[in-house]
Design a protein around this ligand. Sequence first.
Ligand SMILES: [Zn+2]
Length: 101
Amino acid sequence: MPTCQNCHNKWSWKETIKKTTTLNPTMTCPYCGEKQFQTQKSKGKIAMLTPIVLLPLLIQIFFDVPGVILFSLFPILFILVIVLYPFFVDLSSEEKYIGEH
Ligand SMILES: [Zn+2]
């Protein structure tokens, strides 16, 4: 779960979802009100999480799985990614880390 780099309070799952689903890259800490930014590294981790949603397509290549099962897998995997992704969010007080871009 993301931890505020200013007050070191852990953000709740719900708070993280609320902050990250807005288009605004600036996230205000619910505890101290300081601006926080998602690190580039954590964005990379989340980008690696999204192919999970496409997993049924991969299964389809190798196994003859009925389409009904595959289609019911999509929402399940989608929810799984949503549930997991706040655990991959890392915060920084700076918009960009030094030595990270
Ligand atoms: Zn804070």
